[in-house]
Structure formats: structure tokens, C-alpha cells
Design a protein around this ligand. Structure first.
Ligand code: HEC
Length: 81
């Protein structure tokens, strides 16, 4: 019985746990705006390779992204139309 309750509780609360990780969109809005307007990000049209190079350059300027966030942000940016 306790086992079932535990499972029910973890299912109920899992959305709150996941909500703490930022989406790629939030990362762009929160972190890219530390140095410049996000509008230059949304105006740019780049391929995946070009975004990878751009993000690497931003990291060299001091942008903080872990590997997973970097992948997510690049995937998100390359699909912007
Ligand atoms: C630590 C500061 C800093 C952060 C954080 C930062 N940038 Fe930049 N960014 C710069 C500087 C400085 C320039 C202008 C010089 C250049 O283009 O290399 C720039 C220019 C740009 C440009 C225009 C030039 C180009 O290559 O098209 C884009 C697009 C861009 N940044 C995207 C991003 C994105 C996306 C993020 C967040 C994931 C980000 N930046 C976060 C410093 C930063």
C-alpha cells in the first residue's frame, strides 16, 4: 500500500520537478539578454553549424551553458523561422 501511495505521489508532483528545468526558449530569453538584446538573436537566421559556432563564441565571451543546454539551445535556434 505504501508503495502504491509513493508512486501516486511521485506522479502527482513530477510536473513541479520538471518545471524547474528551463526550456531552451527561457534560456535564450534569460541568459542571452545578459550581454545584448535578444532581438539580435531572433533576427539572425543561421544553420545548425552556424549557430554552433555562434554559441561557442558566446561561451568564449562568458556565456554559461552546460552541454545539454547548449544542444537544446542550438536545436531551438536552428528551427526559428
Ligand atoms: C557574455 C556576453 C554574451 C552572452 C551571454 C551572449 N552573447 Fe551573443 N554576443 C556577445 C557579443 C560581445 C557580441 C558581438 C560580437 C560578436 O558578434 O562576436 C554578440 C553577438 C551576438 C550575435 C550577432 C552576431 C552573429 O554572429 O550573428 C548573435 C546572433 C548572438 N550574439 C547570439 C547569442 C545567443 C543566442 C546567446 C545566448 C545563448 C548569446 N548571444 C549570449 C556577447 C554575448
Amino acid at each position: 500500500m505504501t508503495k502504491i501511495l509513493l508512486i501516486v505521489f511521485s506522479l502527482l508532483f513530477s510536473p513541479y520537478i520538471y518545471a524547474e528545468t528551463e526550456s531552451a526558449e527561457q534560456i535564450v530569453k534569460n541568459r542571452c539578454s545578459a550581454c545584448h538584446s535578444v532581438s539580435i538573436v531572433y533576427k539572425a537566421r543561421k544553420t545548425k553549424d552556424e549557430w554552433t559556432m555562434t554559441i561557442e563564441r558566446m561561451i568564449s565571451y562568458g556565456l554559461r551553458l552546460n552541454e545539454k543546454e547548449k544542444e537544446e539551445v542550438i536545436e531551438y535556434l536552428k528551427d526559428l523561422k
